[in-house]
Design a binder for this molecule. Structure first.
Ligand SMILES: C[S@@+](CC[C@H](N)C(=O)[O-])C[C@H]1O[C@@H](n2cnc3c(N)ncnc32)[C@H](O)[C@@H]1O
Length: 196
């Protein structure tokens, strides 16, 4: 059932169309439908989910309910379009084994970071160490590629690339790369948005 513009009656390319919001609601599974008041943003984006903020983010509570309904105990989950890993994170929370695939390397990095085991003490130490070295002027930025030159001011280009050059030696290099992408996103001269 499809509602267009709030109140429209008829058929669109073979689909029946709800005439009112009530008609539309009557066709919904209300156990899988939440208002902002029922499920506020802070609960939809708990623990690792806000690592990559995105307004159109998939709701983990919906994934949880679908697992309850459709995945047997000790079942396995495959997400072939795994994005930033919302489904994979929820599978972990629900005690299910899971695997994810994505065509975008950055999304694979994100899903690894969000589902991997990290030692928070080592991670904090590494983050502080990388920052201290950055502040001492260590690292070599190398040459910015065309993308970086287009999207970042000269000082931001140098800072981001120099920080990146320090990361490879750390055990939690993947996490530090995600931290770097948050800094990069905050310092870009233009605004964009990417899938979950
Ligand atoms: C809406 S996101 C998926 C969200 C994800 N299921 C979750 O639980 O967070 C769609 C993803 O599909 C990926 N994608 C698109 N075409 C693909 C392809 N041919 N093979 C693998 N991944 C693909 C995109 O890179 C994007 O990350």
């Amino acid at each position: 059932m499809l509602l267009i513009g709030g109140a429209y009656e008829g058929r669109v390319e073979g689909l029946s169309v709800a005439a009112t919001q009530e008609q539309l609601n009557s066709g919904l599974d209300l156990d899988l439908s939440w208002s902002e008041r029922d499920l506020p943003e802070r609960e939809r984006t708990n623990h690792v989910h806000p690592l990559r903020p995105y307004l159109g983010k998939y709701i983990p509570q919906l994934v949880e309910q679908l697992f309850v309904r459709h995945v047997p105990t000790r079942g396995r989950v495959l997400d072939p379009f795994a994005g930033s890993g919302t489904t994979l994170v929820q599978a972990l929370e629900s005690g299910l084994d899971s695997a994810g695939v994505d065509v975008a390397a950055f999304n694979c990095l994100l899903m690894r970071v969000k589902t991997g085991a990290h030692n928070p003490f080592v991670l904090e130490h590494e983050l502080r160490d990388a920052l201290a070295r950055f502040e001492r002027g260590e690292g070599a930025p190398g040459r910015a590629n065309a993308y970086v030159r287009t999207w970042f001011a000269p000082q931001a280009q140098e800072d981001l690339l120099r920080f990146r050059s320090l990361l490879e030696q750390y055990e939690h290099a993947d996490v530090l790369h995600v931290v770097l992408t948050r800094a990069a996103r905050a310092s870009t001269t233009r605004r964009t948005s990417a899938c979950s």
